[in-house]
Ligand binder design. Structure first.
Ligand code: GLU
Length: 445
């Protein structure tokens, strides 16, 4: 790490004790922006890095709700409004039992740079709760969402902070959240949330965007190496929204996804994942991934093993943070993997990134590769602001252009700063420089 950044990092560690994922996310950025710090002494004078590492506002609140049997539960809600130099805070809500303040801070920090990379006018934030929607009835989820929004509504708004989905928050939850916001405020303020259903102000391609975008980004990484998805075996971890639409697009681009997973294990389908069956298992029935293997004769379910042992030329970790470690990365390298693109946020551990980069595997970090979701959210905001709605084809073409631009920006910046082919450096420096310029222009606020 650059000398000037070491003391900043030490201070982040001591001021945010125990928040290991946040430390990891900060470290990854500080490790790569040294060349930008040297090139721009004016950023250091304005203490831009120190300011970027400190969220503008952090909100923590109690969320009480009643289950179907009349029992009372208390969860914790969070919204970390990290940086609004480029636009209103923008980022998803995650409902998962593992969510702590440090989780939301890591996600919010990543979001600042990711959103900057899209080139669109959005700042960064993130929120969520330690609520576990799994196994809950629709009415329980509704009551939780309504209680959550009863506090959150006072902090958000189309010009202030615009939440969306993330793990555990999809179309159903966003519908309940929007309904409650509308009821409390008496305003049909479509632009306050993104990822909405098409019937009440949502946008075409938002649902598909993170997965499609990740496939488009990796397509560009392959293209630089004279390759394409055509004929390649691909492993996509996860089986949620990101994974499903990554698989859909990879298949359209000529690749064959041979494995996907959930927290219980993975399925290996020699014939390529049957997308209709996967959607039925995961989106309609909300079953475990083993149910896929029960219904597909060409598939086997492996409980507890490592999906990264499945031979592939492209791997797309699209489940959750730190799911691909150095052992998994070594298995990918051994099996001849050419490219890894992060569909999830920070799914690859720092050691694993090192293994991949040292072996010459093209590595696309999440803040670039999975930026398609939030980019499509910004397009949804545009449509809401102009009371317009675009076609699927137009929206997908816009998304593809944005992903091509993000790839080019990362690639060019990495070369400019002496790290050709290093998309981690390219993404961090390009994102940082854009936020820094806006912060300088706005003065000390
Ligand atoms: N949760 C998504 C992400 O990690 C999307 C956020 C959004 O659309 O605001 O980028």
């Amino acid at each position: 790490m650059h000398e000037a950044l070491e003391s900043i990092y030490e201070r982040v560690l001591s001021r945010n004790p125990g928040e290991t994922e946040f430390h990891q996310a900060v470290r990854e950025v500080l490790d790569s922006i040294g060349p930008a710090v040297d090139k721009h002494p004016e950023y250091a004078d304005a203490r831009i890095v120190e300011r970027i590492c400190e969220p503008e506002r952090q909100i923590i609140f109690r969320v009480p709700w009643e289950d179907d049997d009349g029992r009372i539960h208390i969860n914790r809600g969070f919204r970390v409004e990290f940086n609004s130099a480029l636009g209103p805070y923008k980022g998803g809500l995650r409902f998962h039992p593992s969510v702590l303040l440090g989780t939301v801070k890591f996600l919010g920090f990543e979001q600042v740079f990711k959103n900057a990379l899209t080139g669109l006018p959005i700042g960064g934030g993130k929120g969520g709760s330690d609520f576990d929607p799994r196994g809950r009835s629709d009415r329980e989820v509704m009551r939780f969402c309504q209680s959550f929004m009863l506090e959150l509504y006072r902090h958000i708004g189309e010009y202030t902070d615009v939440p969306a989905g993330d793990m555990g928050v999809g179309g159903r939850e966003l519908g309940y959240l929007f309904g409650q916001y509308k009821r409390i405020t008496n305003r049909y303020e479509s632009g306050v949330l993104t990822g909405k259903g098409l019937i009440y102000g949502g946008a075409q391609v938002r649902r598909e965007a993170t997965g499609y975008g990740s496939a488009f980004f990796v397509e560009q990484m392959l293209r630089v190496r004279g390759q394409s998805f055509e004929g390649k075996d691909v492993v996509v971890s996860g089986s949620g929204n990101v994974a499903i639409y990554t698989i859909e697009k990879v298949h359209e681009l000529g690749g064959r996804v041979v494995a996907c997973s959930d927290s219980c294990g993975f399925v290996h389908d020699r014939n390529g994942v049957d997308l209709e069956l996967l959607k039925d298992v995961k989106e309609v029935r909300r079953e475990r991934i083993s149910a896929y293997a029960d219904k597909a004769s060409s598939a086997t379910f492996v409980g507890g093993g490592s999906i990264w042992e499945v031979p592939c030329q492209v791997a797309l970790p699209s489940a959750t943070q730190n799911e691909l470690d150095a052992t998994g990365a070594a298995a990918l390298v051994r099996n001849g993997c050419l490219a890894v693109g992060e569909g999830a946020n920070m799914p690859t551990t720092p050691d694993a990134v090192r293994v991949l980069q040292e072996a010459g595997v093209a590595f696309g970090p999440g803040k670039a590769a999975n930026a398609g979701g939030v980019a499509a959210s910004a397009l949804e905001m545009q449509q809401n602001a102009s009371r317009d709605s675009w076609t699927f084809e137009h929206s997908e073409a816009r998304l593809r252009d944005i992903m091509i631009d993000i790839h080019a920006r990362c690639h060019r910046t990495a070369e400019e700063y002496g790290a050709p082919g290093n998309y981690v450096a390219g993404a961090n420096i390009a994102g940082y420089a854009r936020v820094a310029e806006a912060m300088l222009a706005l003065g000390l606020i």
